[in-house]
Design a protein around this ligand. Structure first.
Ligand code: NAG
Length: 407
């Protein structure tokens, strides 16, 4: 995308910023800097930011209207049981391998209808199933940005793209959301980063070539992230705390799982499948370290508390990466990675559906501490933990694996 187009989209969003949860944007645009002037969000008056993450919704599978309505039911149930200031759709919104070029934006409307109904702002990352010959993630993001409005008429989507280059190499959901103080709407308190791990197939309707894309965050995106991050820290004279979202987890999560260091009480959650990760080929051992540059950038980012991923439907624990792991880099800096079990009825297998909840309290940010849990469709809560300096050695109730099946 050309810089001028990007700017005009961004400026147009200014007027779309709903109050009070959306922030009314910086007064000073920084057109020449690494930081686009994206719309933001503000901590609530209670000093909290409550995020609900749906992942692997997998709408649009053939002759499966029933599944789609069940998935909408999951979203409604979670949103009725939990307060949300922001919703993240963390990839695989649609099973695009089944969806025609004239269908995908209609399915996006279906995906976001529970959010539209509640006027909830949302941010999407794209997953490997959102990339197919027939689905354009660029068109989806544009449709979300321009056309999806709440019942109050306000635009709801933050989803955009910050890095120039071919979509099949860069993706179309690399961006950030600035989060401002509850008491001072111009004081930046936190950043939410969104990355596109691609995967799936190159968009080329009618070509019938079935060209796969790489399934990791591109180096150009990593460079953009590092520059923007450094500029934020420099401009504010301090490290800005952050969270990150990317559909496919990094390989360190598989290295951790394989190491046997995960405990039922210390990292509670379901762990019912081998973690598929960035640059992994299902069924074959073909990892070439495609995400090493990204992993290194993540662990070098001071203030980054946790990275949230989906992709693996039957995994929903959180880990702290501080130990040596057989990957590169071998040591984390205490960064956390959390999984999101599947939220949708499409896609594989039948674990109970749920959403990951993240509660950020402004007063605990300096301590790099957040709370997170899974809210299940049946209304129960699973695997509630505090990601703080002792996470990984604190004990929590274990999650009963058998109780997490959907039948
Ligand atoms: C981290 O949170 C857990 C659970 O609330 C708590 O037991 C533990 O003491 C906390 N650790 C620190 C250093 O605050």
């Amino acid at each position: 995308m050309k810089a001028s187009i990007l700017l005009s989209i961004v400026c147009a969003a200014a007027s779309a910023v709903p109050a009070p949860s959306f922030h009314a944007r910086n007064a000073h645009p920084h057109a020449a800097s690494a930081i686009p002037d994206y719309p933001g969000i503000q901590f609530g008056a209670n000093g909290k930011l409550d995020i609900t993450v749906f992942s692997d919704l997998h709408f649009g599978e053939p002759s499966n209207e029933r599944k789609d309505s069940l998935t909408t039911g999951v979203m409604n149930s979670v949103l009725d049981n939990e307060h949300s200031d922001l919703v993240v759709l963390n990839g695989d919104l649609i099973s695009c391998e089944y969806v025609g070029p004239d269908q995908f934006n209609g399915i996006i409307d279906q995906v976001v209808s529970p959010l539209v109904y509640r006027n909830l702002p949302f941010a999407a990352t794209f997953g490997n199933h959102d990339y197919s010959e027939t689905c354009s993630t660029r068109s989806m993001a544009s449709h979300m940005w321009w056309d999806i409005k709440g019942t109050n008429g306000k635009k709801l989507s933050f989803t955009t793209q910050s890095v120039e280059g071919p979509v099949e190499e860069i993706g179309w959901s690399n961006y950030f959301i600035p989060v401002y103080s509850s008491t001072d709407g111009s004081k930046l308190e936190m950043l939410l980063w969104f990355f596109d791990s691609k995967g799936g197939r190159v968009y080329q309707p009618g070509a019938n070539q079935n060209r796969p894309t790489t399934s990791y965050v591109d180096k150009r995106v990593v460079t953009w992230f590092q520059n923007a991050r450094d500029e934020f820290n420099k401009r504010h004279g301090r490290v800005i705390p952050s969270l990150a979202f990317v559909h496919i987890p990094v390989q360190a999560t598989r290295a951790f799982q394989k190491s046997g260091k995960r405990g039922e009480f210390t990292q509670p959650g379901i762990d019912d499948e081998i973690v598929g990760h960035q640059d992994d080929c299902p069924g074959t051992d073909c990892y070439h370290g495609g995400d090493e540059v990204f992993m290194k950038a993540l662990v070098e980012t001071q203030g980054l508390i946790s990275v949230f991923s989906g992709h693996d439907h039957g995994v929903d624990w959180c880990m702290k990466w501080s130990d040596d792991l057989p990957t590169k880099p071998t040591n984390g800096n205490g960064i956390h990675f959390c999984f999101n079990r599947h939220s949708g009825y499409g896609g594989y297998s039948n674990w109970k559906r749920g959403a990951r909840k993240i509660l950020v309290e402004e007063s605990k940010l300096g301590n790099k501490e957040i709370d997170t849990w899974t809210r299940l469709e049946d209304g129960s809560i699973s695997g509630r933990v505090t990601l703080n300096s002792t996470y990984g050695s604190d004990n929590y109730p274990k999650v009963d694996r058998l109780e997490s099946w959907g039948w």
